[in-house]
Design a protein around this ligand. Structure first.
Ligand code: SF4
Ligand code: SF4
Length: 120
């Protein structure tokens, strides 16, 4: 999935013109991709003169950090809300369940869509 590095986008609009499904719009003079509409064709990535459209693998470390921060924040809030430090561990268990579920969905989706690959 592509994403736009905002600091590199000059707002030229080239990607908006070239996107075959109209998934890109301009917000505050920066390109913004609607991930629900994007068909992952990579045209925007290839034509951006500023290399502002990036591969999503680059965001993995940031997303991990965001998840860890969110989990820690929830643990703290649970302990504070219930007035009991043990609630933080219960909260952590729920987050672990949540990420396990996400992992299962990703793994099962991969298993299903890999069968779509053509063998030659
Ligand atoms: S082509 Fe690149 S620089 Fe131009 S609007 Fe799109 S993302 Fe921004
Ligand atoms: S990858 Fe293709 S469909 Fe997605 S935003 Fe870029 S040009 Fe549009």
């Amino acid at each position: 999935m592509p994403w736009v590095r905002q600091e590199d986008c000059t707002g030229c609009g080239d990607c908006i013109e070239e996107c075959p499904v109209g998934a890109i719009s301009m917000i505050d003079e920066k390109a913004d991709i609607d991930m629900e509409e994007c068909i992952r064709c990579a045209i925007c990535h290839d034509i951006c003169p500023e290399e502002a459209v990036r591969h999503d693998s680059e965001t993995v470390p940031v997303e991990i950090e965001t998840n860890v921060i969110r989990t820690k924040k929830s643990m703290k809030a649970c302990a504070s809300h219930f007035g009991n430090p043990e609630e933080a561990q219960k909260c952590l268990k729920r987050w672990i369940k949540h990420y396990n579920r996400e992992k299962t969905i990703a793994e099962k989706t991969m298993a299903e869509i890999q069968s779509l690959q053509e063998t030659s």
